[in-house]
Design a protein around this ligand. Structure first.
Ligand code: COA
Length: 200
């Protein structure tokens, strides 16, 4: 399935991240962590919420509703959603290839109103667990050089820069490439789809 270049593609900081809320502004501290986040497999019934997050997170090259629907049922894709108080507040999408030890974090996004509260952190940890369960030992991603918040999230999780991908995005911008070596604790892939296992 043809997918747009991703992870940071044409996103706009102003559109997507309320930095003042996150770090705290005068007389207002940082937002508290979001309690009781549950992460589960995405379902067709989640499509409306996923499309809303796409629209508000990425200015271009969004995943269409049709692509999202197909990805939810695709064995080489793992689309997981974060749910808080019954609402979908974010998602991640990990892609794998049969026989490859490298998985790709294709997308991660949190609803604009819920950023800065640890949802991205939880989603990224979940993406890594899911990649490991599929048998991958490396998780790779691309990010726009100006997406400093996402880069900080990745570096905090132990991702290391491995180069650039020239002219990666639709607007001609290069992508920074990062990867993380995943721990060895998870089951290997044999017989297990990336979507197997309990939620969370
Ligand atoms: C990137 C994104 C997924 C982070 O989600 P989040 O829920 O806000 O992240 P968290 O609250 O879990 O933050 C975890 C860490 O990420 C880093 N971080 C995330 N956003 C940041 C920002 N705008 N500025 C600085 N650091 C940021 C910090 O290191 C933070 O840890 P800290 O609070 O201890 O400093 C979210 O901002 C988002 O959806 N952005 C739009 C879509 C996007 O750009 N996706 C990534 C494409 S590469």
């Amino acid at each position: 399935m043809p997918l747009p270049a991703r992870l940071g593609n044409a996103r706009r900081d102003a559109l997507s991240f309320p930095r003042n809320r996150r770090r705290g502004i005068a007389n207002q501290g940082p937002l508290p962590s979001m309690p009781d986040i549950r992460i589960r497999d995405g379902r067709p019934a989640d499509l409306a919420a996923l499309c809303e997050i796409e629209t508000r997170s990425f200015a271009a090259d969004r995943l269409s509703r049709r692509s999202l629907r197909r990805l939810i049922g695709c064995p080489s894709a793992c689309l997981r959603v974060a749910v808080a108080e019954g609402e979908i507040v974010g998602y991640h999408l990990v892609l794998t290839r049969s026989g490859s030890s490298v998985a790709r974090l294709y997308s991660i996004a949190v609803a604009a109103a819920d950023r800065g509260r640890g949802v991205g952190d939880r989603l990224l940890a979940d993406a890594e667990r899911r990649a490991r369960r599929s048998g991958a030992s490396l998780l790779r991603l691309e990010v726009r050089p100006d997406n400093s918040g996402a880069i900080r999230l990745y570096v905090q999780h132990g991702y290391a820069p491995i180069g650039t991908h020239p002219n990666y995005y639709a607007d001609g911008a290069d992508a920074l490439r990062y990867q993380k070596t995943l721990g060895q604790t998870a089951r290997r892939a044999a017989g297990h789809s990336i979507r197997d296992g309990a939620n969370g």
